[in-house]
Design a protein around this ligand. Structure first.
Ligand SMILES: Cc1cc2nc3c(=O)[nH]c(=O)nc-3n(C[C@H](O)[C@H](O)[C@H](O)COP(=O)(O)O)c2cc1C
Length: 147
């Protein structure tokens, strides 16, 4: 079965809320999804999934260091041709998701648009947008399997 891994790191829970809403959208399209904090994931295991969505809030104009390390380890496993997605909560500059998406593209992943950034705590409308992204990721995964 086609499956998606959602890996996130969130200091106050905002990026976590996004991750869970994305997972809801994915499930609604009947794609298997596992959503967990990065420390509950082994990059080797995540690399076996058909799609990988990674979320980090922005700290000091970058993604959080443990996510940067996770992403490097994941890429080292080989992720070419897999579906990727990047997301995260931010305060004022929001570089983290953009940097995640850039690294994914460099590694040959097919990154789903948009790279989703939500300012501070997501509201109802923002969470709907996250669910929408989840559905789009699911559709891209289904298309990939057919190819
Ligand atoms: C010490 C510190 C540094 C931060 N640096 C940035 C930054 O450089 N750019 C930005 O957009 N937001 C920055 N933020 C804001 C966080 O990204 C924002 O609070 C976000 O909602 C946290 O999401 P989380 O709960 O998922 O970690 C910073 C916050 C703190 C506490």
């Amino acid at each position: 079965m086609t499956k998606l891994a959602i890996v996130y790191l969130s200091t106050q829970g905002s990026t976590q809320m996004m991750a869970e809403a994305i997972a809801e959208g994915v499930s609604q399209k009947h794609i298997e999804v596992r959503v967990n904090n990065f420390y509950e994931w082994d990059p080797k295991d995540a690399a076996t999934y058909d799609g990988i969505a990674i979320g980090s809030s922005t700290f000091y104009y970058k993604m959080l260091e443990p996510i940067a390390k996770f992403l490097d380890a994941l890429i080292a496993e080989g992720v070419e041709g897999k579906v990727g997605a990047a997301f995260g909560s931010y305060g004022w500059s929001g570089e983290a998701p953009v940097m995640i998406a850039e690294k994914m593209r460099e590694a040959g992943m097919k990154v789903v648009d948009p790279v989703l950034r939500i300012q501070y705590v997501p509201d109802e409308k923002d969470l709907k947008e996250c669910q929408r992204l989840g559905k789009d990721i699911a559709m891209k995964l289904k298309k990939l399997v057919k190819e």
